[in-house]
Design a protein around this ligand. Structure first.
Ligand code: NDP
Length: 286
């Protein structure tokens, strides 16, 4: 079998187009655009590129972005003060604190400082709790985008065996919750999992979110499986690859996402969607 490619770039483009229409409607109805507050601490070049891309994406769909930069030497109190300002700013409906923060800053404390109603990334413990109990709240962007990619195959998630490799708070755990919410039978793997190849081989759906280049081998994949590769890794020659050995896995999978051009573009589209949804919730609660 040769897998069908799940074109995340094209699907994200469709999402952004639909969002642009919804943002226009919102802006006309309420007299103001949705707004995303973006906080960048330090001078990590990759983070600066991510932030710029997110802001450009906002602009293209009509969402305002409000950017604040802090130096790598910023104290916890300085970061907290900016978050508090954005929490209080009515123009801001979602707040994005770009991670990782420079060493010495307490990431969890800063994420928990963001008001749960403005938690566009869905990392606040309250929103993680809502997801765990199946209540409406903000859902982290990457796993949310992965669900759209899986749904794009037209295959039923209900009753399927989904194997998630990785248990981080930002990808693996929320991914498992979302799949469970759609009635998949979910197995979560991590660095202590025994016989990983055998576990992965049971997956009708495999989501790899590890951060190890091409770790998931082609012969681990069940014939016809849906393979979603969240990993973004740089090979020694500077080129990008995922966590899955793409060429070999594509020989067995039914559907597979490429890296780049798979999950990455969806993450940004979902951030925009979360910001709009936050703005709608706020406007409707008035
Ligand atoms: P983390 O480092 O936080 O988590 C990695 C997970 O992989 C951990 O749960 C770890 O297990 C597990 N793991 C590590 N080694 C193995 C192994 N040998 N076998 C099985 N499991 C293993 O990473 P993230 O979740 O933040 O990100 C994962 C990848 O996804 C990265 O490449 C990242 O760049 C990418 N990413 C891509 C995004 C996108 O938009 N496309 C967005 C976010 C992330 P343990 O818990 O036991 O340590």
């Amino acid at each position: 079998m040769t897998a069908q490619i799940i074109d995340g770039k094209a699907i994200a483009k469709q999402c952004r187009k639909a969002l642009k229409g919804r943002v226009k409607e919102f802006t006309e109805q309420y007299g103001h655009a949705p707004g995303l507050g973006v906080i960048l601490v330090g001078d990590d070049p990759a983070s600066a590129v991510y932030v710029r891309n997110k802001e450009k994406a906002c602009e293209k769909v009509g969402i305002n972005s409000f950017h604040r930069d802090l130096p790598a030497t910023a104290t916890q109190e300085q970061v907290a003060a900016i978050i508090d300002e954005m929490n209080a700013d009515d123009r801001v409906h979602g707040i994005l604190l770009q991670l990782p923060l420079p060493k010495g800053l307490d990431e969890q404390a800063m994420l928990a400082r963001i008001h749960p109603d403005k938690d566009a990334d869905g990392f606040h413990p309250i929103n993680a709790g809502y997801l765990a109990v199946g209540k409406e709240g903000y859902v982290p962007c990457t796993p949310k985008g992965v669900m759209t990619l899986i749904e794009s195959t037209g295959q039923s998630i209900e009753g399927a065996h989904a194997v998630v490799i990785g248990r981080s708070n930002i990808v693996g755990k929320p991914q498992a919750q979302l799949l469970l919410g759609k009635n998949a039978t979910v197995t979560v793997c991590h660095s202590r999992t025994r016989n990983l190849p055998e576990v992965v081989a049971q997956g009708d759906i495999v989501v790899a979110a590890v951060g190890r280049p091409e770790m998931v081998k082609g012969d681990w994949i069940k014939e016809g499986a849906i393979v979603i590769d969240v990993g973004i890794n740089r090979r020694d020659d500077g080129t990008l690859c995922g966590d899955v050995d793409y060429d070999a896995a594509a020989e067995r999978a039914g559907w597979i996402t490429p890296v780049p051009g798979g999950v990455g573009p969806m993450t940004i589209a979902m951030l925009l969607e979360n910001t709009l949804e936050g703005a709608i919730r706020k406007a409707e609660s008035r």
